[in-house]
Ligand binder design. Sequence first.
Ligand code: HSE
Length: 412
Amino acid sequence: MSTEAKQNEKIAAAVMGYGTIGSGVVEILEKNRDVIAKKVGKEIEAKYILDLREFPGTPVEHKIVHDIAAITEDPAVKIVVEAMGGVHPAYEFAKACLMTGKHVVTSNKALVAACGTELLQIAREKQVNFLFEASTGGGIPVIRTMYRSLAGEKIEEITGILNGTTNYILTKMDRCGQTFESALKEAQDLGYAERNPEADVEGHDTCRKIAILTAMATGKEVNYEDIPTEGITRITDMDFKYAEKLGRSVKLFGSSRIEGDKVTAFVAPVMIGPEHPLYSVNDVYNGIVIKGNMLGTSMYFGSGAGKLPTASAVVADMMEAAIYEGENIPLGWTEEKQEIEPWENASFRYFLRISGNSQSKKEKVTEVFPDGEIVELSGCCEFGVLTSKMSGAELNQKKAAISDVIGLIRAE
Ligand code: HSE
């Protein structure tokens, strides 16, 4: 058969959820139809769109279905996109599609973090694929990089700015001196913050993403609930005034450090200096640093959220599934469980704010943290100290010796 004739053949797909990402997928399949067909060898067409709504008068009106059976019972459908969000009924629908021998591609980190192990296992049994590039880092190709390009590495560390909304808020607080509340409102007005900003600002979104990356790195299931998670709601404009004085900034990190079988993982704001590779990742962008035992440090940067960047990653997974039709791509994520070590054992520098500014108090702080850097803001009845590196246990011991600690941020 000629290449042109093959390109006229179609692979039927279905899209579950016609919201921001689902509609982005349909748009890309249409706009980039030629390039997709050329690379896959066949055109990929969205045959069905599953949604509760009707979308009358739009080009997708005739594709809308409301019952998952329309998709699972049509053998022509080979690839299903899950872009509904949340765990239920996304899990039940994704499982039903895999069980009926269809590839499932998702952008849904909640689904992957909660049910990834089981859905990957079903995909292996059915010789199809469960792919989730868009679930972490949006349009940044980090998942595929991990299972393909970094396949021969022992991953030692993953540290990422994995949430665009919080990075936007922190950038505004840093650069424009805005308060947390006004920067959050601006992020909501611009449509960056999700319906419930809690998932972003409390670090839950980042937590699921670092759990997924850690599972990819270790090849074991990571329970995201085991990852200590702290969001950015306690970061204030005062913290940024100190950070500026120290030539530093504050970023929300999702991080895991892997030493043999031991994994320490956390989500927390971290005060970093310009020498850190993630220092210049600002606004809604995401950045991910991955250290491998042979590779050393690598970094991935780009749009971590948004309709078309995220949908672009979904479409790339659909193409991967279409190219590997009838074959399960090994991602290396098994059913074995990964323990997460208590993070008190991990070492950080710390930035502490202490109320009062008497000489005796500063002397006491210098005595407790002899390697610490004292920082003062003019006209303020408080001061800060940036400590040297120590374990959480050591910090707690030292903190007990100082009264009036009013703020604490990890630092690197
Ligand atoms: N709310 C997420 C973010 C969307 O701001 O990064 C992408 O997962």
